[in-house]
Design a protein around this ligand. Structure first.
Ligand SMILES: Cc1cc2nc3c(=O)[nH]c(=O)nc-3n(C[C@H](O)[C@H](O)[C@H](O)COP(=O)(O)OP(=O)(O)OC[C@H]3O[C@@H](n4cnc5c(N)ncnc54)[C@H](O)[C@@H]3O)c2cc1C
Length: 110
């Protein structure tokens, strides 16, 4: 981690190293905590060639959770580029589970 100063004895971050991109000047900002945003890559690569994806790798769904394959549903962060929150993932997970149950019931599979 070369963008932060760490205190190895306490295993804590003590400062962030900043560079002013206009002046090129380096400085340090004392902090006692940081949140590292790592970006978002949907973890859906294993479905490549099987399910439709958009240009960023999100699974494409219709009516929230339906994929192009009957009986296969997608939910949560792999198909949600807008909200990507625990509660929305749980909600769409519930929708997918109910649709899967209905699909199996309609097929007479218990
Ligand atoms: C740093 C960070 C902070 C966040 N803070 C918040 C917050 O404050 N509030 C909030 O609402 N949301 C927050 N989120 C977002 C929230 O965590 C996600 O929206 C939510 O966890 C998505 O749920 P999910 O079930 O779709 O995916 P995940 O929780 O990512 O679950 C996917 C699961 O699939 C498993 N998996 C992956 N590949 C395979 C495979 N090939 N075979 C079997 N299993 C596999 C993974 O191990 C994982 O357990 C945060 C996310 C991050 C990264």
């Amino acid at each position: 981690m070369n963008f932060a100063r760490l205190d190895p004895s306490k295993k804590e971050v003590t400062a962030l190293k900043l560079r002013n991109l206009q002046s090129g000047k380096n400085s340090e900002l004392p902090v006692s905590a940081m949140f590292l945003g790592i970006g978002h890559i949907p973890n859906a690569k294993i479905f490549e060639g099987q399910l439709d994806m958009d240009q960023d790798g999100y699974l494409k769904t219709t009516n929230n959770v339906f994929t192009k394959i009957p009986g296969v549903y997608a939910c949560g962060d792999v198909q949600d580029r807008r909200y990507r929150q625990a509660i929305t993932a749980a909600g769409s997970g519930c929708m997918a589970a109910l649709e899967a149950e209905k699909y199996l019931e309609d097929k007479g599979i218990e």
